[in-house]
Design a protein. Structure first.
Length: 309
């Protein structure tokens, strides 16, 4: 089915960046559709506690913040569409975005599809996914009440997830490469002060083992090559992210890791903009994502005004 309306802007992705962008463009009286997919909010929707978003001096949750961002965008007239973009055509304007059952046209596009968790690529990872292997403490932590969990990774995500797990698990083991954790100092301090957390440095998980469910992991020390087994009831993988840009391959310039190349928020095609984790590989905070959504929206407004001159 074709939508015969031509939108001023279609935002692909319901991340904080995408929702902020849609709020700004609709407030500027631009006809705006936001394709959020079935689960709006991106990674923040999976976060149990958000305590550093400006203006929210009392902690909120990821789903609550997502709902607030959606409501704000709708207040100014943005249309929230929980369809998911399946393919795009950027060869000429107006640009075309396909969903499962619609073909949409837009004068401009903002891409804010976010990122997803990287995988370890070790034996047992796929076999036990959902059977002890998981990627979101917020979603699954309660399942590990009184149990042991191994967290793989030493960055911000791994440390925050580990702290979230301690509300339920009896013990949390953080396995990470190198001598030092790479997460921010505030999280490092909280992790090292938590009696439930044990650190295993200079190590990697080589295999996840069990029968019907995770029973233990094989851990290799990178200094001496020794391999030990550690009994565990669960393995949380938190080693980083990769961009959700599959449908844009061959349509936009990308780097070797699949991130869309851009000058700030401008892509290689006029009228196509990008925001959020797709251009922020370092900070990955909700507030920085929202700031890029704002920038993309302002660029859309300027672009459309020039086209009308």
């Amino acid at each position: 089915m074709e939508d015969f309306d031509i939108w001023d802007v279609i935002v692909i992705g319901g991340s904080p960046a995408g929702l902020t962008a849609g709020m700004y463009t609709s407030r500027a009286r631009l006809k705006t559709k936001i394709l959020t997919g079935p689960t709006p909010g991106g990674q923040i929707a999976l976060t149990y506690r958000v305590e550093n978003y400006p203006g929210f001096y009392e902690p909120t949750t990821g789903p609550e913040l997502t709902e607030a961002l959606m409501t704000h965008a709708e207040f100014f007239g943005a249309e929230i569409d929980r369809s998911e973009a399946s393919s795009v055509e950027f060869s000429k304007s107006p640009y075309t975005i396909h969903t499962k059952d619609k073909k949409l046209k837009a004068r401009t596009v903002i891409i804010a599809t976010g990122s997803k968790n990287k995988k370890l690529g070790v034996l047992g990872e796929e076999k036990f996914m959902g059977k002890g292997v998981f990627v979101c403490a917020t979603c699954d932590a309660a399942l590990y009440e009184g149990l042991r969990v191994v967290v793989v990774g030493g960055g911000d995500s791994a440390l925050q997830e580990s702290l979230d797990l301690t509300r339920f698990a009896s013990e949390v083991f953080i396995v990470y490469r190198g001598n030092d954790l790479s997460g921010c100092l505030c999280l490092q301090e909280r992790v090292k002060e938590n009696p439930k957390i044990k650190l295993i440095s200079n190590s990697i998980v080589e295999e996840i083992v069990g029968t019907n469910y995770v029973e233990y992991v094989r851990i290799k020390n990178q200094n001496n090559g020794e391999v030990d087994s550690l009994e565990t009831d669960g393995v949380l993988i938190a080693i980083g992210w990769e961009p959700n840009t599959e449908i844009f391959k061959g349509k936009l310039k990308m780097d070797a890791n699949g991130y869309i190349e851009s000058d700030e928020v401008k892509t290689s095609i006029p009228g196509i903009f990008v925001a959020g984790d797709l251009i922020d590989k370092e900070y990955r905070q909700v507030v920085t994502a929202c700031s890029t959504g704002c920038k993309a929206a302002l660029e859309v407004e300027r672009y459309i005004m020039k086209q009308k001159q």
